[in-house]
Design a protein around this ligand. Structure first.
Ligand code: URA
Ligand code: SF4
Length: 210
């Protein structure tokens, strides 16, 4: 199957990965996106946070988590007492997938094929960053890291050590809600409760990373 493999440099450091990523043609998503959005943070980070894919703002700016979901994530990291320098932020899929509605670009969930195609980048990031803990933000990230579909409600609050095939994960892994899912909640008390759970999950992950 096609995938990013051919574009991921071997034994690369983070700079080498970041310079190679714009050339990736591992799936068709590069064609309509503005640019690749690779990651933020340094190789010394203890926590690796994996999102779904860049959003509209991220696509335009070339940086992950700079839009509304990113602001909510920033607040949650802050509330969990996690300094930004301790967190490496990346996504399961590195190009923005969207549908055009008039002139508006509407987020489209990446397909499983996109997640699989983009996996070699994530694996290279695991090798370089060697985080002490991985946090999957939402189901797409969980699919990329843990493999196969997981229900967030079933795995949240647990520390996973193996993927769905029983192979050891690159680091102890926690699955939580995507910040966008929190943002979408309409009623304020419901949203605030979801935010508090996200903060709790991040704080629990940070404890694993101690
Ligand atoms: N949502 C994500 O999953 N990743 C981003 O970078 C921004 C929004
Ligand atoms: Fe490559 Fe991933 Fe972009 Fe597809 S989404 S072109 S696999 S970087």
């Amino acid at each position: 199957r096609p995938g990013a493999e051919a574009w991921v440099p071997a034994a690369a450091d983070l700079d080498a990965l970041r310079s190679a990523a714009p050339g990736c043609r591992g799936c068709e998503l590069y064609r309509d996106a503005t640019q690749v959005v690779f990651s933020a943070g340094g190789a010394g980070a203890r926590l690796m946070l994996v999102g779904e894919q860049p959003g509209d703002r991220e696509d335009l700016e070339g940086e992950p988590f700079v839009g509304p979901a990113g602001r909510l994530l920033d607040r949650a990291l802050d509330a969990a007492g996690i300094p930004r320098g301790d967190a490496y932020l990346t996504n399961a899929v590195k190009h923005f997938r969207f549908e055009l509605r008039g002139k508006r670009r509407i987020h489209a969930k990446p397909a499983v094929g996109h997640v699989l195609a983009c996996r070699p980048w994530l694996e290279a990031e695991f090798d370089v960053v060697r985080p002490r803990v991985v946090v999957c933000l939402g189901a797409t990230a969980a699919r990329a890291v843990v493999g196969s579909a997981v229900r967030i409600g079933e795995v949240r609050g647990r520390v996973l050590e193996e993927d769905r095939a029983g192979r050891p994960l690159p680091a102890p892994t926690v699955v939580t809600e995507h910040p966008s899912a929190v943002l979408r909640l309409r009623e304020r008390p419901v949203r605030e409760a979801a935010f508090a759970r996200l903060v709790d999950d991040l704080a629990a992950a940070a404890e694993v990373a101690e």
